[in-house]
Design a protein around this ligand. Sequence first.
Ligand code: DHB
Ligand code: FE
Length: 273
Amino acid sequence: MAEYHERVATVATDILSAIQEQLEKHNVTHSEYRVAWKWLAGLAESGELPLFLDVFFESVVERLTHDGKPGSQGTVQGPYHLPDAPLLTEEPFVLPMRDDEPGEPIVFTGSVRGLDGSPLEGALIDMWQAGNDGTYSGFVGDAPPGNLRGRIRTGADGTFQVRTIRPAAYQIPAAGPTGEFLSLLGKHAWRPAHFHFIITAEGYEPLITQLYFSGDRWLDAGDGDVVGAVKDDLVIDVREGDDPELASRYGLTGPYQIAEYDFVLRQGDANVS
Ligand code: DHB
Ligand code: FE
């Protein structure tokens, strides 16, 4: 049997009271309760419980944990991270993708540094993203396992460079219970296009974050991101690439884009985030 846990009891008791108060306020009937009961059981069965929780609650606790701290801003991890993404060791780094991967080529480049600006050599960048159709490999769609997921390390000067494709704006799958719920609430299901990162380095707090692209329709603070996870500091400008040497390094013959970001980590415990 589990033992009494003061923190769980304190928080959970308040959450339960809040729900009970709302049931009373809205005179929820026994048959309405049964409909919701069935829907929640179906949510658990569908495998979308992690998605549902992240959509409605992760950005709240992420902000409570990290806002106001120095260094790069974090944001939600979301439900689509997979451990053990391919570790890329051969430069130039290219995220694993299909030969005919749709989407505009983009070279993402930058550095990982400490708060004092010192470059962090060998920092591990775990990167994942949706494809040009807004789906994540291993979850929805037909991309092979590991597609558009990879881990790279920074070089001696703390810099990195990786080629990928520009992700598309993402929609919570409409067919599942989470999408159904959003429709019932009259909410759209869009997130702005984004890259995901978990960045780790010895002696530093892990940084879980995302980068968004300026001009995206779904960045709007009013009716944008359904998950509410955008922070201004995480919106980057993308420019057209015009460097023939860079293009030839990646075998790019057509137009491509360049995005840059310098990640700044806080010193601390590797297990605290
Ligand atoms: C969520 C986050 C994502 O990055 C995503 O692609 C989908 C959902 C989320 O926090 O729910
Ligand atoms: Fe995502």
